[in-house]
Structure formats: structure tokens, C-alpha cells
Design a protein. Structure first.
Length: 373
């Protein structure tokens, strides 16, 4: 299914819908009427043949209200984890009741960053999503904030939605927001224009985002949504941002065609798509200008082009690749651990064996295990 315009989302084979805290929760209470209208939309899409997966925020906001916590439960990591533990029960109950009113079974699925970063756990999550959909359930996914820490978490459900779409083999993601979509500047400024279609998330597109959440409830913002769009577009998945503040939000977005559509830029192999979407490199390899040019031509990263090694990583870990000015070029799976990389830094192949004590591998990062940003 080709998604060329917002109304095409109605014909998606499999759609991931992300719901933010500000849409679902108001003053600590669930917006039950709004949720009912959203589920009406989801039920209609299912009846027309679209598989639905929901990525839902709201656990921390609901739990903080129930526990009487200040700052919406975000005053500290301990508060957020405690609030999430209580709120996740409430969130699951809400979705189970709402979907159940249409005879649809809700399935709770809590994930952490590691579940979608580690290849084997990623495949396990993918299999679970596939089986739930096959069984007729609607997976309701959220980050497991009760155990996630700042170092091992997505931090926003926008990027999580894009990663879930990859794992589920979805062809579209809809991020319901409190604005119509991406504007060319802060939408509160006079003359701000809605960007209706984006052909690739470029630095110029990134510059349009403020990176702030306007509600104060969520942890994302437009920058997080653009990062999600970048993950999706590289995996051949369309991503749309639309205004979810109204009743029956999906019906309204489809009817009016108002929002921002990010058109897929690639149809990556499953492995390359997974690599592109990973968010937590274990280190950084900096390369010289000659290596930058070679990488742009599709070459592997060789030790001769290395100028700096940061981090403490092992063979097989994900590393970021930077140019001499600190610009991010891509990321990939490294063939040596950090100590070995420092040992052969800048050396030609014939010099590496003497330093390593064994014949060098073909590359520090092979082109088949590398993706470019």
C-alpha cells in the first residue's frame, strides 16, 4: 500500500496510532468521552481491514494523580517510576474497557529500550505483536517507565511508535498531537505555515522544530516527532502527524487531509531498518575526510581512516560514526572492541597484524552492517 496523502491512511494494511498524555489525561482524569470517539475510529478502521496497534502514553500522569504527586509525577526519576507503576494499571483498564465496548480484546505490552535495541529481543517483540494481531487483539504498547532509567529509555512514545511499527511490519504511523502538524516555525508565531508533505527529514526540516512539549504533560515535542519520522522513513514506513484534540480525531484528519505526511525514503532490509532505528550507540568512531568520502561512496570503514575512538564497547556493539567536525555520518556494528580500535587507529592493513598479534578483519565497520544518517 502506497501512502501518498493523509486520506490514504484509511487503506493502510497495518497502522500504528500513538496517543499522547495531553490527549488522554486532563487534570489527572481520563478524557473518557474523547477516548470513546477515538476507539470508534479505530473500530471502523479494523472493520475495513486495517490492523491496529496503539502506542499510548498516560501512565505517569494517571498514576501521579492517584498518588497525589506534584509536577505530574515527573519531579524525580523515583516519582516517575512509582507513578508509572500505579498508572499503568489504570491505563490498561481504560483501554480494555474502551476497546471492549466494541468487542475488541486489548493486549497490554510494556517494552524498554533494550527490547527493541537487542536483535534477539527485537525479534521476540516482533513475534509477539504478530501473534496478538493474528489472534484478533489490539496491542496497546507503552514504555515500561516503572523500570526504565534515563540511560535505558526511549524517553518519548513518538520514537517508540516508529520502532514498534518496524517490529510489527506496519506500513504507516499516525502521531496524534496537540497541533495540526509540523510548521515552518513556532505555530504560535504570526505567519507560521503548516508543512503538509516532507520528502526526507533534512537539517532544514529539523531546524523547524522547537523540541518542546506544549502541554507540559508529555516528554516529547516536535523534535521527537521528527526523530520518529526519520526512523520510519528509512524503514519504508509512512508517518503522519495530525491534531488529536478534537473528538473522532482520526476521522477528522482523514476527511480534512490536514496534517503533515512524511513520505518513506527507503525500503530497507529488515536488518538495515533495525540498525537505522537503534538509538543507543555504545561509542563513537571519528574518521578523517578521506574516509568520509569513501563512506559516502558505499565503502566499509577501515582502520586507516580512524582518527579518534570514544567509549568502552565490545565487538558487535553499535557505534556512531562521526566526521572530523563532529557531524554524524551514520552508525553500525563494530568488528573490534574499543581497545583494539585504539590499537589500530590510523594504521594500514599490513601494519595492523603486528599490533594486534593476529590477522586483521576486513573492516572496523563493514558496509553491510552500517547505515547512513
Amino acid at each position: 500500500m502506497t501512502i501518498a496523502a493523509l486520506p490514504d491512511l484509511a487503506n493502510a494494511r497495518r497502522l500504528v496510532v500513538k496517543v499522547g498524555s495531553a490527549l488522554l489525561v486532563e487534570r489527572g482524569e481520563p478524557r473518557a468521552q474523547w477516548l470513546g470517539s477515538l476507539v470508534d475510529d479505530l473500530a471502523r478502521l479494523r472493520e475495513s481491514g486495517t490492523d491496529i496497534i496503539v502506542v499510548s502514553s498516560g501512565a505517569i500522569a494517571l498514576g501521579a494523580a492517584k498518588l497525589g504527586m506534584a509536577k505530574g509525577g515527573r519531579g524525580s526519576l523515583a516519582d516517575a517510576q512509582a507513578a508509572a507503576s500505579v498508572g499503568q494499571v489504570e491505563l490498561a483498564r481504560l483501554w480494555s474497557a474502551a476497546l471492549g465496548s466494541h468487542g475488541i480484546t486489548a493486549a497490554q505490552m510494556l517494552v524498554t529500550l533494550g527490547d527493541l535495541e537487542d536483535r534477539r529481543r527485537y525479534l521476540n517483540a516482533s513475534a509477539t505483536l504478530a501473534r496478538l494481531i493474528e489472534a484478533g487483539a489490539v496491542p496497546v504498547v507503552n514504555e515500561n517507565d516503572s523500570v526504565a532509567t534515563e540511560e535505558i529509555r526511549f524517553g518519548d512514545n513518538d520514537r517508540l511508535a516508529a520502532r514498534v511499527a518496524q517490529a510489527a511490519g506496519a506500513d504507516a504511523v499516525l502521531l496524534l498531537s496537540d497541533v495540526d502538524g509540523l510548521y515552518d516555525r513556532d505555530p504560535r508565531e504570526d505567519g507560521a505555515l503548516l508543512v503538509e508533505r516532507v520528502e526526507g527529514v533534512t537539517p532544514e526540516i529539523i531546524a523547524m522544530a522547537t523540541g518542546r512539549s506544549t502541554s507540559g504533560l508529555g516528554s516529547g515535542g516536535m523534535l521527537a516527532k521528527l526523530q520518529a519520522a526519520r526512523i520510519a522513513e528509512r524503514a519504508g514506513i509512512a508517518l503522519a502527524i495530525g491534531n488529536g484534540t478534537h473528538g473522532a480525531p482520526i476521522s477528522r484528519i482523514l476527511a480534512e487531509g490536514r496534517g503533515t505526511l512524511f513520505v518513506p525514503q527507503a525500503d530497507s532490509s529488515a536488518r538495515k531498518a533495525w540498525l537505522s532505528g537503534r538509538l543507543a550507540p555504545s561509542g563513537v568512531l571519528t574518521v578523517d575526510a578521506g574516509c568520509v568520502e569513501a563512506l559516502a561512496g558505499g565503502a566499509s570503514l577501515l582502520a586507516a581512516g580512524l582518527t579518534e575512538v570514544e567509549g568502552d564497547f565490545r565487538r558487535g556493539d553499535l557505534v556512531a560514526i562521526h566526521g572530523a567536525k563532529g557531524e554524524r555520518l551514520g552508525q553500525g556494528l563494530v568488528e573490534y572492541d574499543a581497545v583494539e580500535c585504539r590499537t589500530i587507529l590510523g594504521l594500514r592493513e599490513r601494519e595492523q597484524a603486528a599490533k594486534l598479534g593476529y590477522a586483521p578483519r576486513a573492516a572496523v565497520v563493514h558496509r553491510d552492517h552500517m547505515v547512513y544518517t
